[in-house]
Ligand binder design. Structure first.
Ligand SMILES: [Zn+2]
Length: 530
């Protein structure tokens, strides 16, 4: 028997965590997780409680399979370790390194007040704004009160019966940590990193005498993979998409399509952009245009960017524009210790580069080693940038402006109409990035109000996720070529309700040989009944 409990990324995009229980007819029972990601929603929210809430006992988990190093996929690994998880974490070598950087950054953020303050996250309209279903909202609200009413919860919702008996105790205990709420500390992250065991793409390995796992390149970020889980005795196979990448991204290889899986029973398919077709625009053209505009005005370009890969992609595009004489040679400041660490990882794994990147490297034009690129790691280096009066591009985290060094640069530059702020990715509701995107004329940054006089634009065409067409193709490729009974079941995960429901309709209409479902938070499904 194989059973799953959806513990995150169900009807929302973050918190990826699937808990699986495998009970073979003969042989040992195992429990494991696929991903253990952090929920990230807006900025004035109680991230602690929602993340502390697990639907299983971490002590009983034998191992974890990790698709990639983004926070919403790996951010709760140290929490599992802290709560007693004692097994191995399997992933690719590059994912281990990216996850280490991301988890180290994550424990520091937990010291910020937003992480632990009680606030409005469970307010109805806020959750509606997130597109979170009412049931989910109800459950989360109950979770807030769980300290006092674990028993009441157990009666109300079936899946609360699965809670470890000591859940209320755990919450109490954590909250007494020197009066601070945090999921984990540095020592937990260090401990977590010792648990990793890595395998390259296409290198099958056993996690149980009867369960074989293979990682396949998902082309989403460095080291990212899809996971194939196959029962050796029967050939039954489950595929976890992780995040499916986009095509023609700088630096990394395109997503691989998985060959047809004759024993396929279930697919966990992400649906972040299930309702969208990416525009065919080339991001370098827009980047060139906006940097030119700012240069003509004598201003600077500020690019809030995610430290993991987006920053390096933008550096790549800018350096290439300069090399091809399509932009004047301007300094590019990458002001982020985290992006610096990710860049070091990227430099270590040239076998993961795509052809174009390899060509540049071999011709002595490595975009991440350009003389125009200045990587600033220390706070002192970052501060010196304030004295820089000439045109420049400053890239810094965080990508949604909900923290990080970009805020300091923003305070300095947002009230000058010569400057330009180029947002570079998804801006979640409740973030400063979203406020700017929606045209706010006045914003609060670190407790002070600022007039938005700099120009704000959105850089298009940089998405790290495949669109509806790519998701459909990806799924179609791995389906068995002859029809099977029962039909393989596709769980749409990692998507907000609108995106997932559009993809659901599209898949139902266009691919007859599957059944598509849209699981809820806490839902349990038996994948293999025997
Ligand atoms: Zn991701």
């Amino acid at each position: 028997m194989l059973k799953v409990t959806f513990c995150g990324a169900a009807r929302t995009v973050t918190g990826s965590l699937y808990y699986l229980e495998y009970q073979p007819k003969d042989g040992k029972n195992v429990q494991f997780c696929v991903d253990a990601g952090m929920f990230q929603i807006g900025r004035k929210i109680n991230l602690y409680r929602i993340n502390a809430f697990l639907l299983f006992d971490p002590k009983k988990v034998d191992f974890v399979l990790l698709t990639h190093g983004h926070l919403d996929h790996c951010g709760r690994l140290p929490y599992l370790v802290r709560m007693g998880f004692g097994g191995k974490i399997y992933t690719t070598p590059a994912s281990k390194e990216i996850a280490a950087v991301v988890m180290h950054d994550a424990y520091k953020h937990q010291e910020s007040p937003e992480f632990s303050e009680d606030s409005e996250w469970f307010e109805e309209d806020f959750l509606d704004g997130l597109g979170v279903g009412q049931k989910y909202a109800d459950i989360l609200e109950e979770v807030v009160k769980a300290q006092e009413s674990a028993q009441a919860l157990a009666q109300k919702y079936d899946f609360f019966k699965k809670l470890p008996d000591n859940y209320a105790k755990i919450l109490n205990l954590l909250e007494k940590n020197e009066g601070k709420l945090f999921l984990y500390e540095k020592k937990d992250v260090d401990q977590t990193i010792t648990r990793f065991k890595t395998y390259d793409y296409h290198q099958p390995f056993l996690v149980h005498p009867n369960l074989e796992v293979t990682f396949i390149n998902s082309g989403h970020i460095f080291g990212s993979s899809y996971i194939l889980l196959r029962e050796k005795s029967t050939g039954r196979t489950v595929v976890f998409s992780g995040d499916v990448g986009n095509f023609h991204k700088p630096i990394i290889q395109d997503p691989e399509f998985i060959e047809p899986q004759p024993g396929l029973t279930h697919v966990f398919l992400e649906s972040t952009y299930g309702d969208r077709l990416h525009p065919k625009t080339k991001p370098e053209l827009q980047l060139r245009k906006i940097v030119h505009q700012a240069l003509i005005r004598g201003g600077k370009v500020l690019i809030p960017a995610f430290s993991v890969e987006r920053s390096q992609e933008i550096v790549y595009l800018l350096v290439e524009l300069i090399r091809r004489n399509q932009l004047p040679p301007i300094p590019i400041y990458l002001d982020s210790p985290m992006a610096a660490a990710v860049t070091r990882t990227i430099l270590k794994y040239p076998h993961l580069y795509d052809e174009e990147m390899l060509r540049l490297v071999h011709s002595g034009n490595h975009p991440l080693k350009s003389k125009y690129l200045h990587i600033l790691e220390t706070p002192e280096e970052s501060k010196l940038l304030n004295n820089h009066t000439k045109p420049a591009v400053i890239i810094a985290g965080s990508g949604m402006l909900n923290g990080g060094r970009i805020l300091k640069h923003l305070r300095f530059h947002i009230e000058n109409p010569r400057n330009l702020i180029a947002l570079s990715g998804f801006q979640a509701p409740g973030t400063l990035g979203r406020e700017l995107l929606e045209g706010s004329k006045e914003v609060e940054i670190e407790g002070r109000l600022y007039q938005v006089k700099a120009e704000v634009v959105m850089l298009e065409g940089l998405s790290g996720h495949g669109d509806q067409q790519i998701l459909k193709k990806w799924l179609f490729h791995l389906l068995p070529k002859t029809s099977t009974k029962p039909k393989p079941k596709v769980f749409l995960v990692h998507g907000e309700p609108k995106a997932a429901s559009v993809l659901l309709q599209e898949l139902q209409k266009s691919i007859q040989q599957i059944e598509v479902v849209w699981p809820e938070f806490g839902e349990q499904v038996v994948l293999w009944p025997d």
